[in-house]
Design a protein around this ligand. Structure first.
Ligand SMILES: [Zn+2]
Length: 220
C-alpha cells in the first residue's frame, strides 16, 4: 500500500513549516536507503502521507517496493523518469504530503528541476543516492552525454538544502585483517576486471565494496 491512513494535517500549515530538499548520500552499503526509509516512517507514525519513488531501472528486488541491504522493505512506485512524479500528486487534496526518491543517481537530469519544482510547491523532498562512481567521479545522470548534457548527481547536491553524508565500514582485507575505518568511497572488488565492468559484462551489487581512502585504488 502506497498511501498511508488518512492524514488530518492541514497542508497549509505543513508546507511553510517543512520544505526543502534533503539528500542522504555516500558509498554502497552505507545505509542511505535505510536513512531515507527512517525519515519517511517518522511521517507515517505522525499520520502524514508520503510516497516513495524508485527508478524502474533498479530492478534488483521487486516492482512495488524498495528493499535495503538489511532486507527492510517499503512500498515504492517505480518510474522511468523523474517528471512522472507529478502524475502521482493530487493537486486538490495536496496528497501525498512528503516525497521520497531512492537511488536518485539512476534518474535522468530532469530530476534536478523536478526536485526544485517540488520544493517550490512546498513538498519536503528526501532522496538517497551514491555520490561518486567507482572512479571517484560524481555519478553521471542517466542522460549524461559528453559536451551535450553533463549533469551529474553533484548538481542535485548543489541545489539541496541539506546533504547528509553517510559512511559504511571499510571491509578491505589486508593480510587477513578487516580494515574497519569509516568508508566514504565505492570501489570494484579486487579481481573484478575494470574493462569488463565498463562494458557492462559484470553487473550487480556484489562487484562493489565500500572502502576508506587508504584502500581505494584511485586515492594515492
Ligand atoms: Zn580501509
Amino acid at each position: 500500500m502506497i498511501y498511508q491512513p488518512e492524514s488530518t494535517i492541514n497542508p497549509e500549515r505543513l508546507r511553510p513549516l517543512q520544505r526543502g530538499i534533503t539528500v542522504y548520500t555516500g558509498p554502497m552499503y552505507s545505509g542511505k536507503t535505510t536513512a531515507l526509509l527512517r525519515t519517511l516512517e517518522r511521517y507515517t507514525i505522525a499520520g502524514i502521507n508520503s510516497i516513495l519513488f524508485s527508478p524502474a531501472k533498479d530492478d534488483r528486488y521487486s516492482d512495488s517496493e524498495v528493499v535495503t541491504h538489511s532486507k527492510k522493505s517499503h512500498p515504492a512506485v517505480k518510474i522511468n523518469n523523474a517528471e512522472e512524479i507529478f502524475s502521482y500528486l493530487d493537486s486538490e487534496t495536496q496528497e501525498p504530503f512528503v516525497i521520497g526518491i531512492d537511488e536518485a543517481m539512476m534518474f535522468d537530469s530532469s530530476l534536478i528541476n523536478v526536485c526544485s519544482n517540488l520544493r517550490r510547491l512546498g513538498y519536503p523532498v528526501f532522496l538517497s543516492c551514491c555520490d561518486m562512481d567507482v572512479f571517484l567521479n560524481p555519478f553521471k545522470l542517466k542522460d549524461w552525454e559528453e559536451g551535450v548534457n553533463e549533469s551529474t548527481i553533484g548538481d542535485l547536491l548543489a541545489i539541496a538544502n541539506n546533504v547528509v553524508k553517510v559512511t559504511a565500514i571499510c571491509r578491505f582485507n589486508e593480510n587477513g585483517h578487516i580494515c574497519g575505518n569509516e568508508a566514504s568511497y565505492t570501489r570494484l572488488k579486487e579481481g573484478i576486471d575494470e574493462a569488463e565492468f565498463l562494458k557492462g559484462v559484470v553487473v550487480g551489487s556484489d562487484v562493489y565494496e565500500a572502502v576508506c581512502d587508504l584502500h581505494h585504488p584511485f586515492i594515492k
